[in-house]
Write a protein that binds this ligand. Structure first.
Ligand SMILES: C[S@@+](CC[C@H](N)C(=O)[O-])C[C@H]1O[C@@H](n2cnc3c(N)ncnc32)[C@H](O)[C@@H]1O
Length: 215
């Protein structure tokens, strides 16, 4: 049987899955921010832990890289990257409440709000790596967001995203990745951990548009 904290997290995730619009999701995460870290929520969702994601990114691009942590939440991935020597980490998230928590860690350079279903703010090819843990899930982001992530990664850089098997199968991730691969825009990196999608960016992803930073 789970703990009361786990039961609370499961109930909140069920509410998020059932949310009918993004404002409701934002509100639910704002409301959760203060207690979010009582449980490893993304772990509960079936995603690799933040330390493992940071190890994978470190092995591929090294700590000198410019990283965007997409759907950064309270900053668990950013903290693990910083612990490995990364100094250029930006974060974007839908929820101002979650971002406020992330800001307190003092490991992110730029942090801001964004609905990443509509693309990623900022210049193309700006980052060496985009990480996303806990962002690809029902009620959150779908596979279309991969295009926006790839757009802001430079050629030779990577998108490292956690997607659990059930979500992968139900929401058309394989097809989205195939489309990007067939256009010569990305190459899926073989041998990634279970539940981890690693895409090397191979070409200019102009199909995705940039969106302005919102205050
Ligand atoms: C399960 S949490 C994961 C947070 C963090 N990456 C971690 O490892 O704990 C999911 C995050 O996705 C964010 N999110 C949900 N929908 C989003 C959207 N449309 N655009 C940007 N972020 C979104 C939420 O605000 C929340 O912080």
């Amino acid at each position: 049987m789970g703990t009361p904290d786990t039961a609370d997290a499961e109930a909140r995730l069920a509410q998020i899955r059932a949310a009918t619009d993004v404002a409701e999701v934002r509100h639910l995460y704002d409301d959760w921010a203060a207690t979010y870290e009582d449980v490893d929520v993304a772990g509960l969702m079936g995603h690799p832990d933040a330390a493992r994601m940071a190890d994978v990114v470190t092995a591929i691009v090294g700590p000198g890289a410019d990283v965007l942590d997409a759907a950064c939440g309270t900053g668990l991935v950013g903290a693990e990257l910083a612990a490995r020597g990364f100094t250029s980490i930006d974060g974007l998230d839908l929820s101002p409440g979650m971002i406020r928590r992330a800001r307190r860690r003092r490991v992110y350079h730029d942090l801001g709000p964004a609905d990443l279903r509509h693309g990623v703010p900022g210049a193309s090819g700006k980052f060496d790596a985009v990480t996303c843990r806990g962002g690809f899930a029902p009620g959150h982001l779908g596979p279309a967001a991969l295009t926006g992530f790839a757009r802001v990664v430079c050629v030779g850089g990577v998108v490292v995203a956690a997607v659990d098997d059930a979500t992968w199968a139900a929401e058309g991730y394989a097809e989205a990745v195939d489309r990007l691969r067939e256009q010569g825009l990305v190459r899926p990196v073989e041998g990634a951990d279970p539940g981890l999608l690693v895409l090397e960016v191979r070409g200019d992803v102009t199909a995705a548009r940039s969106v302005p930073w919102r205050p």
